[in-house]
Design a protein around this ligand. Structure first.
Ligand code: PEP
Ligand code: MG
Length: 747
């Protein structure tokens, strides 16, 4: 790095900082900056273009072009050379601009044809803010050092833009993060909410992009990187890391030890940036690259680098997640991702949750469902755009978040919320009524639960009981294995809250997507079909027994219902059942009161159990169809994979015929049967299940009202005929036929 340029850029940055420190409006500052850059770099033109909206750039200040063009000249992303810089997020440097592909002459700027053009993006950790351009009449070619210096200046401009340095009251300079932006993700949990943003991990704010003493800054960054390396080694030395975690940490280690990374940051510091700004510059470059690479593996590694930069920034600035900001009264949590325990800590005070990552089956999604909070996952780059306190609308049904919405959008949205509230009121009026169909069949509607937070819904929803209590959630939200006494206390509270209503406790269903943080993870090629649920319980029965003991003690003489997840063959059920009988015997011999009655059931989640010998159906006290898993194995479509999980309709006649076979097998032996997968909570699916002969459904509490409302309107015999006719016509799914029939039905 030549000494001349080094000191030039430092000098330029210092002048820039002084300019920024002076009083004056945003426009005034921008004007002075363009003047200063043109002067320092010896160019005729220097212009700053900023984004008006995500697609449009606007000339906001210029030295050299016509002043009247300021705030008038606009261009689309990708249009002309300026648009190209913005679209590609990389510099364009040419001595002969008119010969460049995409060059656009803009007469309104009074542009003479400037031959040379150097444009660099103004971006802040991947967020595109604008473009900084210098132009000259001579066919001058800008050196690498000049490009670099302009990039460093752009970086500082980005920081200052973010800090609102160019915001003023006049129409010309609207602040960033003020415009409405819509994020389209996927539904994690339905529902609509209006509130204000609460960032789970607020962005690090860099207030000192320019530094005077590079050597001090270099010491700071070396020390921070050193600490970072140690912390990564500590994490790697920890027990119980799975393959993915090790892979991520090893990538961290690789970057943290990469000499190129540190060297580039040190070079930026030598050019006048502070340590923090140098980290951000590298981070921005990584994000820009991330947008361009297609390869999934590379993208993941770049995202690791991004995480690592965040850690380094937090280390340098000492800014943790707690910025002292006050949580709004109607918070909508916005985060890249969040763990179940953290989400549970926020609890019901959240109005909604919007995540950049996540999946429908993630633990966070499970908790959001338990808390009945609308959740959107895969919501693009919302954490870069949202600020604490921003107004936000969460449309969980569509998977859309409206950030800083226009008033018209907000009004329409409020109408939607009001309509939903009205519907809820209608459902509430049905609460005490049975789910009795027009043909006189009564369908038992129960709720799924897993957390204490679920229990208040028992009253509100009108559920007859808890058809599925997912006990693993209590294990998942802790960081160590709960003890028997703790579990017994918790289960007793659940039974107390149920006030005599039946609660079907499902024993621990771990493995697959449910990995306990404190258990050694298994490295399995296909965990959904791996060592999970009852397979773990039978091979390592310690936890299963402890759980059964806790349940017996919690019941303290009350009736108890236990069911086992993922039973695949008769002998598995026999073994699991014998564990319960043995524990009953043992508890009795220890002088504990045993339950008045005990029901031991099995979840039917693999097709094979439907073909189990009759002796299974004779022995089992009840069967509950775990439709989420059963469907994934029936259609060979991973329930966690966004690409395929909605590909096959549960109302496909192949699946419905299979359900009917299960109904018949249970009917032959008088075995009670219920369905507790998510589909039971969708009105049309619930109707189809009832038409196939199911008389008990278990679902999330919010679904009980809509399902009951529909069931009370229909005649199951007619529904069945409609379905059969469609099947005879050769249709794959019963959906269209049922929808058509329902549309004609009197309300
Ligand atoms: C199911 O598989 O349908 C079920 C209810 O269990 P889980 O969703 O917890 O796997
Ligand atoms: Mg299951």
């Amino acid at each position: 790095m030549p000494e001349r340029t080094e000191s030039e850029s430092r000098k330029l940055l210092r002048r820039l900082r002084d300019t920024l420190a002076t009083t004056g409006g945003g426009q005034d500052r921008l004007d002075r900056i363009t003047h200063l850059i043109a002067d320092s770099m010896g160019t005729e033109v220097c212009s700053i273009y900023l984004f008006r909206d995500p697609e449009t750039l606007e000339l906001c200040a210029t030295e050299g072009l016509k002043p009247e063009a300021v705030h008038q000249t606009r261009m689309k992303l990708g249009e002309g050379l300026v648009g190209r810089v913005a679209r590609t997020n990389s510099a364009v440097n040419t001595a002969n601009a008119p010969a460049e592909k995409g060059f656009r002459y803009m007469p309104e700027t009074g542009e003479e044809i400037y031959s040379s053009f150097l444009g660099v993006p103004i971006q802040r950790v991947g967020e595109k803010l604008g473009v900084l351009v210098v132009q000259s009449k001579t066919d001058r070619s800008y050196s690498d050092d000049e490009v670099y210096a302009l990039e460093v200046v752009a970086m500082v401009l980005a920081e200052m833009t973010e800090l609102g340095a160019f915001t003023s009251d006049d129409e010309g300079m609207r602040a960033l993060h003020r415009q409405p932006v819509m994020f389209r993700g996927s539904t994690g949990q339905e529902g609509a909410a209006e509130g204000h943003v609460w960032l789970h991990e607020p962005r690090v704010v860099v207030t000192n992009p320019v530094a005077d003493d590079p050597l001090t800054e270099i010491d700071r960054i070396r020390e921070a990187v050193g600490q970072l390396r140690v912390s990564i080694e500590d994490l790697l030395a920890a027990q119980s890391l799975d393959k993915d975690q090790v892979q991520v940490l090893e990538a961290y280690r690789m970057f943290a030890n990469s000499r190129g990374w540190l060297r580039r940051m040190e070079e930026d510091i030598m050019r006048g940036l502070s340590a923090e700004a140098a980290v951000e510059k590298e981070q921005s470059a990584a994000r820009a690259r991330m947008e361009q690479v297609e390869d999934g593996y590379l993208r993941e590694r770049l995202s690791d680098l991004d995480d690592l930069s965040n850690r380094l920034l937090r280390q340098l600035t000492g800014q943790g997640a707690d910025t002292g900001a006050e949580m709004p009264s109607d918070p909508v949590l916005v985060a890249r991702n969040i763990g179940p325990a953290e989400l549970l800590d926020y609890g019901r005070k959240l109005k909604g949750v919007v995540l950049e990552e996540g999946s429908v089956g993630s633990h966070a999604a499970v908790v959001a469902r338990a808390l009945a909070i609308p959740l959107i996952i895969n919501a693009g780059r919302i954490t870069s755009e949202a600020l604490n306190g921003d107004h936000i609308l969460v449309d969980g049904d569509q998977g859309i978040a409206h950030l800083r919405p226009e008033e018209t959008v907000a009004r329409a949205f409020r109408d939607k919320i009001a309509m939903q509230a009205e519907a809820q009121q209608r459902y509430a009026s049905l609460r005490e009524l049975p789910a009795q169909t027009a043909c006189g069949q009564v369908i038992g509607l129960h709720m799924n639960a897993g957390l204490m937070a679920d229990l208040p819904s028992l009253e509100g929803s009108g559920a007859e009981g808890v058809g599925l209590f997912r006990t693993e959630l209590q294990f998942l939200v802790r960081n160590k294995m709960p003890r028997r006494a703790e579990l017994a206390q918790l289960y007793a509270r659940v039974m107390d809250a149920a006030q005599g209503r039946r609660v079907a406790f499902r024993t621990l269903d771990i493995g697959s997507d449910k990995v306990l943080p404190y258990m050694k993870p298994q490295d399995e090629p296909n965990p959904a079909m791996g060592w999970r649920a009852i397979r773990v319980g039978l091979d390592k029965p310690g936890v299963l027994r402890m759980q059964v003991q806790a349940l017996i003690r919690a019941a303290n003489g009350r009736p108890l219902t236990v069911m086992f997840p993922f039973i695949t063959e008769f002998s598995e059920f026999q073994q699991a059942r014998s564990h319960v009988l043995r524990e009953l015997h043992r508890e009795k011999s220890l002088g504990h009161i045993t339950p008045e009655t005990i029901e031991i059931g099995a979840m039917l989640e693999t097709p094979s159990l439907a073909f189990a010998p009759r002796a299974f159906f004779d022995l089992v006290d009840f069967v509950s169809i775990g439709g989420n898993d059963l469907k994934q194995f029936f259609f060979a479509a991973d329930r966690e994979n966004e690409r395929v999980r909605r590909r096959y309709d549960m109302l496909n006649f192949t699946f419905l015929s299979f359900i009917e076979q299960i109904v018949q097998r249970c009917a032959e032996t008088g075995t009670p049967l219920s369905y507790c997968g998510e589909d039971a909570g969708r009105p049309i699916e619930a109707l189809a299940l009832a038409a196939m002969g199911l008389r008990s459904l278990s679902m999330r509490p919010a679904s009980i009202g809509p399902v009951k409302a529909l069931l009370r309107r229909v005649d199951l015999t007619q529904a069945r005929e409609v379905m059969m006719t469609a099947q005879e016509r050769g249709e794959d799914s019963a959906r269209d036929a049922l929808m058509g029939w329902l549309a004609e039905l009197p309300v």
